[in-house]
Design a protein around this ligand. Sequence first.
Ligand code: PRE
Length: 176
Amino acid sequence: VPVSGTAAAPHATAPSLSALHPVVELAAERLATADLVAAAKWGTDSPIDDPAREQQVLDNVAAQAQQLGADPDEIRVIFRDQIEANKIVQRGLFQRWTDHPDDAPTTKPDLSVVRQEINRVTSALVEALATTTDDRGAVTCRPELLLAALQVHHEDHLDALHTRALARALRSVCGS
Ligand SMILES: O=C(O)C(=O)C[C@]1(C(=O)O)C=C[C@@H](O)C=C1
């Protein structure tokens, strides 16, 4: 039996991926931006909660969903979860950096640049959600989602904080 994966072809011997793998991968990618957002806000007056920006994100995803023929309300609900999950990571990091100041970031990314990255991942995630509408409505959605989450957890080496946030982010993917 070959040892699974090499640097050149990491997925050569990996099992086939769930249809929902791209959704989970992009949700994890969006959560990875929370580290940058937290670093941008740490030590500034910018609060973790920014209701105006949240409204903008939700309105944008609803409009994009409409264009793609997906249900805007369903996409909105899923993105409320993405935002909550993002805040779980930001709060967790603020707590960590308060408790262990040596772990606090020493460089401060520009929040507006980080938000451009968030917009890019957000848009890709809406597309992935729109193309998996049938999978997300199927009775197999929950086991497929769990499988994909286990794969992404493994591939991305997620820590406890990001794993907890990912579970929060995926809450409504199969409906509520
Ligand atoms: O853009 C920010 O300031 C973020 O913290 C990111 C984000 C999001 O997930 O899109 C999360 C929390 C804020 O309330 C607004 C938006």
